[in-house]
Structures are given as C-alpha cells and as structure tokens.
Design a protein around this ligand. Sequence first.
Ligand code: GGG
Length: 354
Amino acid sequence: MKKHILVVPGDGIGQEVTAVGKKVLEKIAEKFGHEFTYDEALIGHVAIEATGEPLPAETLEKMRASDAILFGAVGHIKYDNDPHAKVRPEQGLLKMRKELGLYANLRPIKLFDELLEASSIKPEILKGADILFFRELTGDVYFGKRERIEDGNTAYDTMIYSKYEVERIARKAFDAAMTRGKKLMSVDKANVLESSRLWRETVQAIAPEYPEVEVTHQFVDSCAMMLIKDPKQFDVVVTGNLFGDILTDEASQIAGSMGMLASASVGDSTGVYEPIHGSAHDIAGKGIANPMASVLSAALLLDISFGLKEEANVIINAVDQVLKAGFRTGDIATKDTPKDMILGTDAIGEEILN
Ligand code: GGG
C-alpha cells in the first residue's frame, strides 16, 4: 500500500513522542511491504515562533494533501501565564479541527492488564473496563462567541450546538456501539443547559434507527462519578467537546496514565491521530515522556485511515509485550517497579520496535 503521512509533532513532549510513533510506522511499512512517504509541518508554539501563526497556511496545505496525520501536542507554559495573549498555540489545534472538518474524536480507554496496579483505582474495580469515548470536536464553548465586557472585568463563552452537529457524531457513536457491546451512554447537562436539552432530544430521536442499542442519558457530573466508581458498566459514550475533554482526562486514570491514551479525530477529510495528552513542558526535553500514546495513535491511524487492522494489532501486541516484560516509563511505574526497568522515551521505543 502507498500512503503519504504528515508528521506534526508540535510542542514540548509532542516532539519526543511523535518521533517514536513515526519509527513504529516505518518499521510496520518495512515488515508488511508498504510504501509510506512522510513530510513534516509546524503547529502551535513552534509555528508561532517561526511564522507568527499557530497554524501556518503551508501546514494546512500539507495536511489536506496527506492521507493521514500523526500529531503530537500543542501548548507552552508562556501562554498559560499570559491571559491576554492574542495568539496561542491551542488556536492552531482548534483551527485545524475546524478546517479539516474533524468533528468526531474517538478516545478508546484501553486498559492493559499489566497496568492494573499502576492506576489509582482499585484493580477489582478496573479489570475488564473497556470504554470508547466519542468527543464532539468542532462545536461547544470552544467555538462559540466569547468576549470580555465591562472593561475586561466580565467574560463569557457561548455553549452552542446545532442539531446537525449532534446528529453526525451521535450516528458515529451508534455505529460503533453496534460493533461492540451495543450500549450507548449520551452525556449532557440537560437539567441546566439548553444546548444539552437539544443534544439529548437529538440523540433520542436517532435511537429508533438502532433498536439493538441500549441508550442511556447521563448528566456529566454523575458520569464523572460513575467512571471512577464502576468503569465496567460503560461501553460507548458520546458527549460534547468540553465534557468530553474533561471526562477523558479523568478516564485516563482507568488506563493508568494520560501517557497511554491515543485518539483519532475523523470527519470530512484527512484523519488526525494524536495522544490525548498535551505538551507537558514540565518534562519536555528530559527524554522521560511515555511515547505509548503516540505509538497507539499510529496503530489507530493504520486501522482507521488505511484499514490495516493486522498491522495495527501488531503494534498493540508489541506494546503489550513490552509491558508484560516489565518495562515501564516513569508515569506508569509503581513503587515495586525495579529502577532498571524504568526507561526513557527512546529506550522504551526501542523495546517496542524489537
Ligand atoms: N495532543 C493533544 C493536545 O495537544 N492537547 C492540548 C490542548 O490544547 N487540548 C485542548 C483540546 O484538546 O481541545
């Protein structure tokens, strides 16, 4: 198979982990006789530094011309401490999603058995948990009107959804539920928010098209509690942009660490595959970031964008084997992990490649 992949490492640890994800793709191409070509592009803080823009036109052009995108992370501490910055790395991420029509963000919460002890949740509560989140990605407060008023002393962000936006993500989630446990939970805050009432009635109106799927509606606060209390009850979850952003960070604890969670953003054009974690500037450049989320994102890329399921499974098994052999990065090590089994980014990458 001939495919062109754009690698967009972005900021902070995005650079380090994406390098490992790319090596894994190269190894798979060699093993299975595929011809993958690569290009690189800038986004986020590194793009602002080089061009003044968080998503330069050249990057967008390269994204549109590629068959899939392996993405890292965006963000820089400098902007976190400057509430008045007009240009921010995250604007690049949001613009990319909007421009490419990436409205569905799939976040599989995959728990490797070897990491049962790494989580802060009790193993007996966790074992068997397997959740697929659908986070809506191009609407909500992230894209609604926002403003500072009254001399900057009051601010608002608008939570906004249109019916068609809810319908298209809900259909993707229903379709996925049909291939899994046939359970779909839609998460909202319909007891308070009008946009959530529209969300709920729209999901409910689609339900008769999928009579085999058991649909439930849950308030986001209650869902947050249930995720920790009884994660095994979940199958597929569909929710809005903000709730999905928060709930999946919480759910990363089910998988042991943010460093284990991959994601796929799909919709109208080229798919983007990235770890759910951000640029983590506190550990950037130290060579200790966990690259497994990037490696597992590469597996999602092969599976979803190229239909290469066997190749994707080879990658997932390689990660599993490395964990079974006892190797860990710092974020997934426990007090019982021998020091010499705690590896850095490149070293654990080499173990996965072997
Ligand atoms: N790889 C994910 C990433 O870079 N996250 C940083 C971020 O700004 N996230 C906000 C969002 O995903 O909406």
